[in-house]
Design a binder for this molecule. Structure first.
Ligand code: ATP
Length: 136
């Protein structure tokens, strides 16, 4: 079994989609190992998004991620890293496939930052690093 960090980002929490997103995660059979509501501060987000530092969307992304609480989930399951990213759909909700979280719930707000509802770690190395950042 494997673990990943999933976030319901501030847009998902604000829109009341946490339950709908958790329902899909649970229906898939993944195990909720830990879950918490987090008001992420800049320091935490600088660590989480270190790979994007300097990109044009970096500052707007950090602002957006501080606009409200996120739900952080330590999720376990067989190949859950790849599996959750498949559930989430592609980064841009405008074109994410129907049947995915971003494809079904994501809106194209025409904003500078992709408000795409969820985050999922993209590799075992990222998962270990990000779980340490969000859960210690
Ligand atoms: P995540 O890592 O959050 O699951 P991802 O792996 O699909 O999403 P990344 O490339 O890691 O996407 O980007 C992290 C986040 O930065 C995205 O989820 C999105 O919110 C934002 N982002 C990425 N690319 C862009 C872009 N071109 N314009 C605006 N925002 C972006």
């Amino acid at each position: 079994t494997e673990e990943t960090l999933v976030l319901v980002k501030p847009d998902g929490v604000a829109r009341g989609l946490t339950g709908a997103i958790l329902a899909r995660i649970e229906a898939k059979g993944y195990a909720l190992v830990d879950i918490r509501l987090v008001e992420a501060d800049r320091e935490l987000l600088e660590q989480h998004y270190a790979e994007h530092a300097g990109k044009p969307f970096y500052e707007p992304l950090l602002e957006f991620m501080q606009s409200g609480p996120s739900v952080a989930i330590r999720l376990a399951g067989n190949r859950v890293i790849e599996g959750f990213r498949s559930l989430a759909g592609t980064t841009d909700p405008t074109t994410a496939a129907p049947g995915t979280i971003r494809g079904d719930f994501g809106r194209d707000w025409g904003l500078a930052v992709q408000q795409n509802l969820v985050h999922g770690s993209d590799s075992p190395e990222s998962a270990a690093r990000e779980l340490q950042i969000w859960f210690g």
